[in-house]
Ligand binder design. Sequence first.
Ligand code: AMP
Ligand code: MG
Length: 356
Amino acid sequence: MIIKKAFGTQCRTLFIRTLRTMKASLPLLLTLLLATACVRHHQPIRLQGEAQGTYYNIAYCDSLQRNLQPQIDSLLHDFDTTASLWVENSIIRKANRHEATALSAHFVDLLRLSLQMEDYTHGAFNCKIGSLVNLYGFGFKNRDDITDRQVDSLLALIRHGECRIDDTHTTPRLFLSQGIELDFNAIAQGYVVDLLARMFNQLGIHNYLIDVGGEVIARGCKPDGSSWTVGIERPAKDKYSPQEIETAIQLNDLAVVTSGNYRKYYEHDGIRYSHTIDPATGRPVSHSLLSVSVVSHQAWYADAMATAFMVMGLEKSLQFIHDHPDNPDIQAVFFIYDDHGTYNTHATPEFQKLIK
Ligand code: AMP
Ligand code: MG
């Protein structure tokens, strides 16, 4: 499907909240939690809050009418102490400082999945690029005058340094070469969405929609029996543009995650550099792919794939999907920039079936 659209058509009002930090500036998927009557007597329970420097919106139907906000906040808080780069003493920050720290099961799992995804995506996804992310100023440090030499020496470390977990003993141990910094930002938000979904399942709740900073998973259906509906944001012209919906898709037992370069980037000499780093070059990606939304059964996988596709660009991504016919778990829509302030969309056939 190829649709040609101009930027800046009319906007639909959404209840999205833009918070100040990294992912908060990038609420790429906007949930449309349509108000519908719940199973006879109950409305869905709707919870909102802040986590991981961004927002969450959750709706669920529970015949016991439990308020799960304390459990949700506690899960999100615990997860931040494992994987957040914004929490000074999180496990990932300690690991990057080469401080001794007990590795949580989620940390071990995130690293294992990340290394698997690095192989699977032929290196497009790489959780070891933290030092390059910082060098370019997308982390904490200010961007300095970056030299090729700096980039190349970090890249050599990332390629040839050690990064592995020995979990053959009761206490897992991380082996990380000096100079390599881990960054789980491209997978962690999807991963935590899966954790929340698992928590709901374990509590016997099977109809819910979970949105953490635009990474969404939906299970079951709305109280009237219809599917949960999620809006996919149209790529904005720049980081100051208002959010607009391109299309709405129906999700049933699926997650959808978006990566894009139109809210987090910097410009230099008229060229826009994205917050996504191409591990092949060590440089921010700069090509015509504006954003990609991936639908999959697991949010962590959709999250990692969306980032990998942003690195690959459209042609290589389509080739990748073509080369993995055994994996029906990659449905995607790509937004591609053209030279005249307009963009095209390209959706895989399975993704098109979800469009409402
Ligand atoms: P996402 O929004 O999920 O695409 O994640 C983007 C974030 O992941 C960036 O802000 C970086 O912190 C990190 N990142 C950048 N490039 C890569 C890459 N090639 N592989 C894995 N993580 C990356
Ligand atoms: Mg990602």
